[in-house]
Design a protein around this ligand. Structure first.
Ligand SMILES: C[S@@+](CC[C@H](N)C(=O)[O-])C[C@H]1O[C@@H](n2cnc3c(N)ncnc32)[C@H](O)[C@@H]1O
Length: 276
């Protein structure tokens, strides 16, 4: 594989150590919402779950704890760096029921009828052909099994309050950079049609948005990404260095005012069931 095509180079957000840390923070912020979503989707002990695009495995570790010794988690991820981080964490925490599989989801030999649930968060937004991945997922579900999907539906709904035009212009550039790399940030809007075309029953759809002040833990999630991604975009020439520095200045200004708010980009959580 050429260096340009390697998962570490071609993934628009990157797989560097700071991104592994950021994904951990992101998971901790989202964990209460996700645990509730999984419960509503019927996740329970003894189940086999595929974590599709598992990253460094923060959610996979929680899934493994819930399904317990009688269950197992197949964590599929294409980045070697993320798979290594996942294995290191699983070993450190003594988690024995996660199997890490290094594979692109577009190439993965989905095991037929193996999974009670498939969890996929913020991955279909980066995949060139999400319908192909969904077809594999449907094959891998047991009859009566369900997909648990979590994707953005309106990335441009990410705002600072009071409104900030420079920040919104930066968000528009993030959206453009994802699209230029072959993804679609608002993939959530396409999912209901795609899922129903594949014969799945859409059981639950819920939008999730947070509004957070600077002293709220939730504030850390969007602002840490805004900062780290500005750095990545400046490094790869998508924005000038001065614009990345300007984002830092704007965020610092908002953080000095306790009345500031961040409104997070809209996420859809979808449960779609394969008929029994
Ligand atoms: C924003 S991260 C989310 C990681 C994890 N799902 C989570 O919620 O913490 C996106 C992940 O999708 C992975 N990914 C993107 N395209 C992929 C593909 N075609 N096959 C497998 N993984 C992919 C990336 O390597 C990265 O780990």
């Amino acid at each position: 594989m050429s260096d340009e095509k390697s998962p570490e180079k071609s993934y628009v957000i990157g797989t560097h150590d700071a991104e592994i840390e950021r994904l951990g923070l992101q998971h901790r912020v989202w964990r209460p919402s996700v645990l509730e979503f999984w419960r509503l989707a019927g996740l329970t002990d003894g189940m086999t779950v595929i974590d599709a695009g598992a990253g460094p495995g923060y959610a996979a570790a929680d899934l493994a704890e819930i399904v317990g010794e009688a269950g197992r988690v197949l964590a599929v991820e294409r980045s070697h760096r993320f798979v290594t981080a996942l294995k290191v964490r699983a070993k450190a925490y003594g988690i024995a029921n996660i199997e890490a599989i290094e594979s692109d989801l577009l190439d993965y030999a989905w095991p037929t009828g193996a999974a009670d649930r498939i969890w996929c968060r913020w991955v279909l937004a980066f995949v060139a052909d999400p319908a192909q991945v969904l077809r594999g997922m449907v094959r891998a579900l047991k009859p009566g099994g369900a997909l648990m999907l979590h994707e953005y539906y309106d990335y441009a709904s990410w705002h600072l309050a009071p409104r900030n035009a420079e920040f919104e212009a930066y968000v528009a550039k993030i959206i453009a950079s994802w699209r230029a790399s072959g993804g679609e940030p608002d993939i959530g809007l396409a999912l209901p049609r795609l899922l129903s075309d594949l014969g799945l029953e859409i059981e639950r759809v819920r939008p999730v948005v947070f509004a957070a002040h600077p002293d709220d833990f939730v504030w850390q999630w969007p602002t840490t990404f805004a900062r780290s991604n500005a750095h990545v975009m400046a490094e790869n020439g998508t924005i000038p260095r001065c614009e990345a520095e300007r984002i830092e200045t704007i965020l610092a200004q908002y953080e000095s005012d306790p009345a500031s708010l961040v409104i997070t980009p809209g996420v859809l959580q979808i449960v779609a069931r394969k008929p029994a």
